[in-house]
Design a protein around this ligand. Structure first.
Ligand code: ADE
Length: 225
């Protein structure tokens, strides 16, 4: 998969994409990630990328020209499955949608800033808008990182143990059951006996019951979906 990110702050991505699973997936050639500095596309002599809104009451908007030129150029180079825009009023990102996104070959993510972008870009260029939660961040970069991380980690081959992405919380509509590692007794607290029993059927049954119970207690709305 190829991911092109259009942003005012390309440096922000170096940390999150330079470590852990996303870095390994890049090293293995599972994903290619390119950042494009929107300022480089501005035709303004001061490289401005924002402007006052018509009839607006404060706050700036991202100008259409640099965004359109950058996307137009990328589109001459390859076809894109989706052009995402990060916005608090977009569709809430959920595991279900991430699971479908691993099929994409090429995507663009435009990171929003200021009071947003000129509506004509939303109408004519953007194919999907997404939000990572009902709160407002200072820019779309963190949301773009969340989207990329969420997609990349479930692309087959990105995680060593194939099973581990499948047993994540939300993959079966439930949160994950409690998990334990060594030692068997820590500060006097014991690992549940069933997990040491070696009886796989009973263990699976226990895990399912625990997952259902946890979901009921912590995230009951997931059971009604
Ligand atoms: N930009 C600002 N806030 C955001 C959010 N919650 N989700 C996605 N993009 C954003």
């Amino acid at each position: 998969m190829r991911i092109d990110i259009i942003t005012l702050f390309p440096e922000m991505f170096e940390g999150p994409f330079g470590h852990s699973i996303v870095k390994r997936a890049k090293d293995k050639g599972i994903v290619e990630i390119f950042t494009h500095n929107l300022r480089d596309w501005s035709l303004d002599k001061h490289k401005r990328v924002d402007d006052y809104p018509y009839a607006g009451k404060g706050g700036m908007l991202m100008s259409p020209q640099p965004i359109a030129d950058c996307i137009d150029q990328l589109k001459t180079e390859r076809e894109y499955d989706e052009i995402f825009y990060t916005s608090p009023d977009g569709l809430l990102l959920e595991q279900k949608s991430l699971n479908q996104m691993i099929e994409y070959k090429n995507i663009i993510i435009l990171c929003g800033h200021y009071k947003g972008i000129d509506e004509r870009i939303r109408e004519h260029y953007i194919t999907k808008e997404f939000s990572i939660g009902n709160y407002v961040l200072s820019g779309g970069e963190l949301a773009a990182m969340v989207l990329v991380d969420g997609i990349v980690r479930i692309i087959p081959g990105a995680i060593g143990d194939e099973m581990s992405a499948l047993s994540d919380s939300f993959q079966d509509g439930l949160v994950a059951p409690p998990a334990y590692t060594r030692p068997k007794v820590f500060k006097g607290w014991e690992v549940p006996e069933i997990l040491l029993s070696g009886d796989e059927k009973k263990i699976d049954q226990w895990k399912l019951e625990q997952a259902i119970e946890r979901t009921r207690k912590r995230r009951p709305e997931l059971l009604n979906e």
